[in-house]
Design a protein around this ligand. Structure first.
Ligand SMILES: CC(C)=CCC/C(C)=C/CC/C(C)=C/CC/C(C)=C/COP(=O)(O)OP(=O)(O)O
Length: 260
């Protein structure tokens, strides 16, 4: 989907070469994990069992990495990063747990906005926590909530942006309670069909994403040096995507299209 640099690599141009290499090692680990789950669903038990087995294997590899036994060159790069930085293991485990939820909960649905934010923490807020040591946060305790908020905002915006392809893969990440309250038909989402009611749910989620971006902006002063600038660049980039999402266009067949 992405027609741009992955966000982590894009902003790592602001980091010194060693820190950028550490960020790249983190990115590679997250990307390879994402690839395990990012295949079209065939809704079969077989497919889910295979994905779960791959995630369990990934968890075992993480155990080995943390024990100082990386299994390949990419894990070795992350291991070197672990030796330089004080990385906490929890966000790595939480990210795998979030990916696991994608295979257990089938077809993929999210019950409430709180559940969506929890998922956003698991698959993206965790990246914010992983990055804090690399960014030399002055006060890690204070920096955690805004770092998580930024990842969650990015995830919500990506979900809004990718709603149509996700729908055609049978995945609906917009909260069921909001969709039901507005009377949006699941069959319309799966067919990529927009409506004023659907757009109202998009606006609600977009509003929450903007609140999370603002929380990240308020917290950026916890970072030294170019850290606040780095955060502001990410915030403005994703605020730009939000602006485009709030101006939906319809193509000739009336399907959900955004200007992103
Ligand atoms: C505010 C404070 C104190 C710290 C900020 C700490 C940071 C930089 C947090 C951001 C973490 C981050 C970059 C999370 C994003 C994870 C994610 C879902 C990336 C995928 O995004 P895209 O690159 O847009 O994906 P596509 O490739 O699908 O477009």
């Amino acid at each position: 989907m992405a027609q741009h640099d992955p966000i982590l690599l894009y902003v790592s141009r602001l980091l010194d070469p060693q820190t950028a290499a550490d960020a790249a090692a983190l990115y590679a680990w997250c990307r390879r994990l994402d690839e395990i789950v990012d295949t079209p669903d065939d809704n079969s038990d077989n497919s889910n069992t295979t994905t779960r087995a791959q995630l369990e294997e990934w968890q075992d590899r993480l155990d080995q990495l943390w024990d100082g036994r990386p299994v390949d060159a990419m894990d070795a790069a992350l291991y070197q990063c672990l030796q330089r930085q004080q990385l906490d293991r929890t966000p790595f485990d939480d990210m795998i747990a979030g990916m696991m939820a994608d295979t257990v909960n089938h077809p993929r649905r999210i019950a409430t906005m709180a559940d969506l934010e929890e998922y956003g923490y698991q698959v993206a807020g965790t990246v914010g926590l992983m990055l804090l040591p690399l960014l030399n946060a002055n006060n890690t305790t204070l920096a955690q909530a805004p770092a998580i908020a930024l990842g969650q905002a990015i995830q919500l915006i990506n979900i809004l942006r990718d709603a149509t392809p996700d729908g055609t893969m049978g995945r609906i990440y917009l909260p069921q309670d909001l969709l039901q309250a507005k009377g949006v038909l699941e069959s319309d989402i799966l067919a990529g069909q927009s409506s004023p009611q659907y757009q109202a749910v998009v606006q609600q989620v977009a509003h929450r994403a903007e609140e999370l971006l603002q929380a990240a902006e308020r917290g950026k002063q916890c970072l030294p040096g170019l850290g606040p600038l780095l955060v502001q660049i990410i915030v403005e980039l994703y605020r730009g995507y939000l602006d485009q999402l709030e101006r939906p266009t319809e193509n000739a067949s009336g399907s959900v299209r955004t200007q992103a």
